[in-house]
Design a protein around this ligand. Structure first.
Ligand SMILES: Cc1cc2nc3c(=O)[nH]c(=O)nc-3n(C[C@H](O)[C@H](O)[C@H](O)COP(=O)(O)OP(=O)(O)OC[C@H]3O[C@@H](n4cnc5c(N)ncnc54)[C@H](O)[C@@H]3O)c2cc1C
Length: 626
């Protein structure tokens, strides 16, 4: 084992595209020379291949990160690969690196991939160390008194705040020493994040957005100095820049969440001394938003099926309509409901939406059109700049009655009423629907009720230059009520068939188009990873007999178990999506797993593994049209 300063470390960048408070980078810089690498492996992204705008953002951020690393003394190596594992192994072989470090991710796809990589590299004699760069609180640190995972946000967040744990920030490295060795890298263009055909259209995004960690710092300062004070009130307004608009930066890890937290806490201390009560309320409110993001990771980690199935099992029997033409009208902003349409047009034009508009457009899809929430989630995923699997999942589950503390399934807010509430002057609608720009405010959110003379004067011909409502709101309400009734009847019939049905697995019925839904858990590690420490990434598992409560009235003690391990003696079964084995079973590990050089047998294994590794073949299928 080398002493500190002798290591050659591969720093694998993913969604931590920053220098400051980057624990993996700092640790590697402290220990010796580094090879900083970003690996783009579209095959492994599968149905969660990032959308066009999200890839555009990533490209700009990588360019900036590359410049910053260069000024510190190291290159950012870009690799396009068929498998992340083989790319990492190539880096290890080329440099003789004796360690790999990266910052943890918590979405279900990364959890599986990272676990397999860590396991395999460990077996090949290359220790892996992972760090928390994305969260204030690790998902495995917060459980209730009985050791169960929380399923309501308030209880979760109260517990976090009471933990009295001050998240610690790390200073950026002053300089980096480049690890020697040549790796077959590629240029940012060769990475293929942006098609040639997309470039001119994408360039327009640059007028509104400036990706990269330097701009993230500026956006944070601007928000703290100019908008935080009024955040509690202003965040209801959908027209002004009333919120921080930090989400894409936070998603790509261009700003440390700990830095955001510290900056806000500094203001809280100041305003508490003054005292400034509105300021204090705004801080609490903003911290709650940050808490929601933490909670999104928490839910995905503890309930790793939630990207496809609702947390509550009630939606299993929901009779989704699956009407493709309604789905198309929603996507194109042609539902005839101005607030919904304005939102969908803004989303397409800018890649971003205010939270309220996300809630309104998403609720319309699920409750008025009875389309499966997973379809909407996937569309948001494809079109948002800040597309973030965990936040997207939480948002869609929240609006579709899938969370115990989210919107109730029967709650259907009229877009017309919400229009007058959140866009009282109709400015938002006029901005995104120029065809309605001359409709008087009185009618802007329900043009179908306007007298013909008013519509004529405004140049609106309903059904021609602006659609009539796709569905009458009262009919939608009746349809939703009868769908819920059907769902309940089917649910109780099924319970009678199964005794009390307590062992039901949570499945959402998206109609005949719904793909089979896999049940996810990760296999317990047979041998401890040589590098594992208490700070390291934990992996979730799902107990076979654990049920998720099927109504909104259950108690905390019925929540899913913490379940970080399989029960003793439990074998992998049909629940197992990803096995940590290679085809031939577990690889033998070297005696000295932590040796400073890659031993010859380890290097042989490296080569073998580079040729055989493939863990991207099975995972979380969602149909293309979802
Ligand atoms: C249906 C739906 C889908 C969503 N999909 C995404 C998504 O793909 N990516 C994403 O980042 N957010 C998503 N959200 C959450 C939220 O709408 C955005 O985070 C927020 O609008 C971003 O704007 P902001 O940065 O100005 O937020 P601010 O209000 O300034 O909040 C600061 C930060 O807190 C976090 N945050 C705020 N609200 C939420 C929330 N409700 N859930 C989780 N985190 C939150 C975000 O990181 C945000 O940047 C979704 C919400 C809904 C209802």
């Amino acid at each position: 084992m080398g002493t500190s300063g002798d290591y050659k470390t591969i720093v694998w960048f993913r969604r931590d595209l920053r220098i400051e408070d980057n624990p993996a980078l700092s640790a590697a810089a402290r220990d010796g020379s580094v090879l900083a690498v970003f690996i783009w492996c579209p095959k492994e992204e599968q149905q969660f291949y990032p959308g066009r705008v999200s890839r555009w953002w990533l490209k700009q951020s990588l360019i900036q990160l590359g410049h910053s690393l260069k000024t510190l003394g190291a290159d950012l190596v870009l690799m396009k690969a068929q498998s992340t594992m083989s790319a990492l192994i190539e880096c290890i072989s080329a440099t003789g690196a004796n360690k790999v470090v990266f910052n943890q991710l918590y979405d279900p796809v990364s959890l599986v991939r990272d676990h397999v990589i860590k396991q395999k590299l460990g077996e090949l004699g290359v220790p892996v160390q992972t760090y928390n760069a994305d969260l204030l609180y690790e998902p495995w640190e917060v459980y209730n008194d009985e050791g169960y995972a929380f399923t309501t946000f308030d209880a979760y967040w109260d517990t976090c705040l009471k933990m009295q744990k001050d998240p610690i920030m790390r200073l950026p490295p002053r300089k980096l020493v480049q690890a020697r060795g040549s790796v077959e890298d590629c240029t940012i263009e060769e990475l293929g994040l942006e098609d040639d055909s997309e470039k001119s259209s994408n360039a327009l995004l640059g007028r509104a957005w400036t990706p990269g960690w330097i701009h993230a710092e500026k956006a944070l300062t601007n928000f703290i100095e100019n908008h935080l004070l009024d955040y509690a009130n202003d965040r209801q307004k959908v027209t002004d820049s009333s919120t921080s608009i930090l989400s894409p930066y936070i998603h790509f890890g261009e700003i440390s969440i700990r830095k955001v937290y510290h900056s806000v806490i500094m203001k809280q201390i100041l305003w508490a001394k003054q005292p400034n009560h509105p300021g204090e309320t705004s801080v609490t409110c903003f911290l709650k938003s940050i808490g929601l993001r933490e909670y999104s990771r928490y839910i995905c980690f503890n309930f790793p099926f939630t990207h496809e199935k609702s947390l509550l099992s009630n939606l299993k029997y929901f009779p989704w309509e699956g009407n493709q033409s309604h789905f198309k009208s929603w996507r194109q902003g042609r539902t005839g409901y101005p607030l919904v349409d304005a939102g969908m047009r803004e989303l397409w034009a800018t890649g971003w939406l205010h939270n309220k508009i996300r809630v309104i457009t998403a609720s319309f899809l699920v409750k008025c059109l009875l389309l499966p929430w997973q379809w909407g989630m996937k569309y948001f995923w494809d079109t948002l700049l800040d597309a973030d699997l965990e936040c997207d999942i939480l948002g869609w589950q929240y609006i579709s009655g899938s969370l115990p503390d989210g919107h109730e399934l029967h709650r259907l807010d009229s877009p017309e009423v919400q229009g007058f509430k959140f866009d009282p002057k109709g400015e938002y609608v006029r901005q995104w629907l120029p065809e309605l720009s001359r409709v008087p405010t009185e009618w802007i959110h329900h043009p179908w009720n306007a007298p013909l003379s008013v519509l004529q004067a405004a140049g609106v011909e309903l059904g021609l230059n602006y659609p009539k409502p796709i569905i009458d709101i009262e009919i939608a309400r009746d349809r939703l009520t009868s769908a819920i009734l059907q769902m309940k009847e089917k649910e109780s019939a099924s319970k009678q068939d199964n005794g009390e049905g307590t062992n039901e697995v949570v499945v959402d019925n998206c109609g005949p188009e719904n793909p089979p839904i896999p049940k996810v858990f990760l296999r317990k590690e047979k041998k401890p990873c040589p590098s594992s420490s208490s700070n390291d990434q934990k992996v979730p598992s799902m107990h076979k007999d654990v049920t998720v409560p099927n109504n909104n009235n259950y108690n905390n003690d019925r929540k899913r178990s913490k379940g970080l391990e399989l029960e003793e003696g439990q074998e992998p079964d049909e629940y197992n999506l990803h096995d940590c084995k290679t085809g031939s079973g577990y690889l033998e590990t070297d005696d000295d797993l932590c040796s400073t050089a890659v031993s010859s047998s380890a290097s042989k294994k490296l080569k073998q593994a580079a040729g055989t590794s493939n863990f991207g073949s099975s995972s979380f299928p969602i149909k293309e049209n979802c």
